[in-house]
Write a protein that binds this ligand. Structure first.
Ligand code: DUC
Ligand code: ZN
Ligand code: ZN
Ligand code: ZN
Length: 464
C-alpha cells in the first residue's frame, strides 16, 4: 500500500499562487490540492499546518560539497551538507562536478557521482565545471547533456586552475548552442586580478580586506560584458553565477533589454553582508572571503531591485564552507591564500524569508527565486520547485512567526563559524518532506544518508 500523507490547513505558496489548501501526497508525489476540509481523504499521516506556510522545497542550484580548492577541501561532505540543506528547507541541490586539467569530463563526473551516491539526505544533480576545453571535451559535452548534466561552468577567473580563455569560452558556447546546454559563467577578469593581487602583496597589503579591493567591481562588470557578447556571437544562452556588483547587474539588464537569453544569480552573502565584514578586526575577515567578493553595502539595494525586476532571476548559495581554524587560516599573512567560499546552504530559505518580512520581495517572489526559477533554469520543473499534482512531494511546512538567531552553535553545517552569527530572523522550517518521506519532523531530523538520489535534468526551461 502506498503511504498517504495529508498536509492540512496551511497557506500553500508557489511562484504563482497563494491559496489555503490541503495537500494530498501518495508515495513520493503530490496527487491533489483541495479547499481545506472539502474532501473525505483518508491518510496514514496528517500534518497540521494551520497558521503555517506550505512551500516547495528549496532548490539550491549552486553548491560545492567536498570541493578540493586552495590546497584544502570544502568542509561539508555530501552527507553533512545535504543534511544541513534539509534543515534549512532545501530539498534539491545542484552541485558542481569538476574536470581536472588534462582529464576528461567523464572522469570528473564519475568522481563526483562516487562522492555523492548513497550519502545524500535530499536529491541532487550536477553541473560540470569545464576546465580544459578541447575537441574531446566538446564531444563529451553532448553526452553529458543526454545524461541529464545539462549545464557547464566556465571560469574567466583563477588562471592556472579552472580558467578558460575567450577562445575556449567561445567554443564551449558554440557547442552549447547546438546541444542545448547552458553555460554558467564565473565572470571576473582573473588575469587582471592576479596582477592587482601581486601588486597589493608587494605593498604589504596582506589582510583579508584586500581580497575585496583587488577583485574590483569593474573587473566583474567587464567580464560579465565579455561573457554576454561571446554568448551573443555564439547564439547561446548564458547564466552568470554569483553576481555581486551593480555594475555587472547593469550589463545583464542591458542584455536582457536587448532580448538576449542572459540570466543572473546572486547569493545571500551579497544581499546581507558587505565589505564591512571583510574589514572586521584581526583575521576575522577571512570568514567572508569568497569570489566574487562581498561589495560595499551600497550594492545591496541594486541587487534587491534586480531581484524584483527580474534582471536577476535566482538566489543560490555558492555554499563552499571552509573552517576558520586550519582552513581559512592558511591565508594568514597573505589574503590570496585564504580558501574562497562561504557556508550558507542551511541559511538561504530563512534569509530570503526575512527579505519578505523586510519588504524587499513578496512571498511568491521568495518561492520563485529560491525554488521555481532555479528548477526551470536547470531543467527540473515541475518535478521540483512547485506544489502541484504530479510534482515530487518535496514540501516544507514553514512557520512564518517563529523567531531564530543564526549561530554556529546551532547550525548543522560542518563548519566552525556562521557567516550570519547573531543574525535574528523571523521564520523557521518546521517540517520537510523529500519525495514524500519525512526528513525533518517538527524540528527533528528523521532523514537518512542515501535517501537522496541523482536527478537527471532536461535542458533549460527558462529561455525567452
Ligand atoms: N568562488 C568561491 O567563493 N568559492 C569556490 C569557487 C568560486 O568561484
Ligand atoms: Zn565561481
Ligand atoms: Zn561556486
Ligand atoms: Zn528514505
Amino acid at each position: 500500500m502506498t503511504r498517504r500523507t495529508i498536509i492540512r490547513g496551511g497557506l500553500v505558496i508557489t511562484a504563482s499562487d497563494e491559496i489555503h489548501a490541503d495537500v494530498l501526497i501518495e508515495g513520493p508525489r503530490i496527487v491533489a490540492l483541495a479547499a481545506p476540509g472539502a474532501h473525505d481523504w483518508s491518510a496514514d499521516r496528517t500534518i497540521d499546518a494551520t497558521g503555517k506556510y506550505v512551500v516547495p522545497g528549496g532548490v539550491d542550484a549552486h553548491t560545492h560539497m567536498e570541493l578540493p580548492f586552495g590546497g584544502t577541501s570544502a568542509s561539508d561532505t555530501f552527507e553533512t551538507g545535504t543534511r544541513a540543506a534539509a534543515w534549512g528547507g532545501t530539498t534539491t541541490i545542484v552541485d558542481f562536478a569538476v574536470q581536472s586539467v588534462g582529464r576528461s569530463l567523464r572522469e570528473g563526473l564519475d568522481t563526483w557521482h562516487a562522492k555523492a551516491e548513497g550519502n545524500c539526505a535530499i536529491d541532487y544533480a550536477f553541473h560540470m565545471i569545464v576546465s580544459d576545453v578541447n575537441a574531446e571535451t566538446l564531444k563529451e559535452m553532448d553526452l553529458l547533456v543526454e545524461e541529464g548534466v545539462t549545464s557547464f561552468k566556465q571560469f574567466m577567473a583563477y588562471p592556472g586552475v579552472f580558467y578558460s580563455d575567450d577562445g575556449q569560452i567561445l567554443r564551449a558556447m558554440q557547442r552549447s548552442a547546438e546541444n542545448g546546454g547552458l553555460i554558467m559563467m564565473h565572470a571576473e577578469n582573473g588575469i587582471a586580478i592576479d596582477v592587482l593581487v601581486e601588486q597589493a602583496l608587494a605593498r604589504g597589503e596582506t589582510d583579508p580586506r584586500y581580497h575585496g579591493e583587488v577583485r574590483k567591481a569593474l573587473l566583474e562588470a567587464e567580464a560579465t560584458h565579455r561573457a554576454i557578447r561571446l554568448a551573443q556571437v555564439a547564439g547561446a544562452p548564458l547564466y552568470v553565477v554569483h553576481v555581486s556588483a551593480t555594475e555587472a547587474v547593469a550589463e545583464l539588464a542591458r542584455a536582457r533589454d536587448e532580448g538576449l537569453n542572459v540570466f543572473g544569480e546572486t547569493c545571500p552573502q551579497y544581499l546581507f553582508l558587505s565589505t564591512d565584514n571583510l574589514a572586521e578586526p584581526g583575521f576575522e575577515g577571512a570568514k567572508y572571503v569568497c569570489s566574487t567578493p562581498l561589495r560595499p553595502k551600497e550594492h545591496q539595494a541594486g541587487l534587491w531591485r534586480a531581484l524584483r525586476t527580474n534582471d536577476l532571476q535566482v538566489v543560490s548559495t555558492d555554499h563552499c564552507p571552509f573552517c576558520f581554524t586550519g582552513q581559512k587560516e592558511l591565508g594568514r599573512g597573505d589574503f590570496s591564500k585564504i580558501p574562497n567560499g562561504l557556508p550558507g546552504v542551511e541559511n538561504r530559505m530563512d534569509l530570503l524569508h526575512q527579505a519578505v518580512v523586510d519588504g524587499h520581495i513578496s512571498r511568491r517572489r521568495w518561492i520563485e527565486i529560491a525554488c521555481a526559477t532555479p528548477a526551470r533554469m536547470f531543467g527540473l520543473y515541475p518535478k521540483k520547485g512547485t506544489i502541484a499534482p504530479g510534482a515530487d512531494a518535496d514540501v516544507v511546512v514553514y512557520d512564518p512567526h517563529a523567531e531564530q538567531v543564526m549561530s554556529a552553535a546551532t547550525h548543522h553545517m560542518n563548519v566552525d563559524y556562521s557567516a550570519y552569527e547573531g543574525t535574528h530572523v523571523t521564520g523557521r522550517v518546521e517540517t520537510v518532506l523529500s519525495r514524500g518521506e519525512l526528513v525533518i519532523d517538527q524540528r527533528e531530523y528523521t532523514g537518512h544518508a542515501g535517501h537522496g538520489v541523482f536527478t537527471p535534468r532536461s535542458t533549460c526551461q527558462y529561455l525567452i
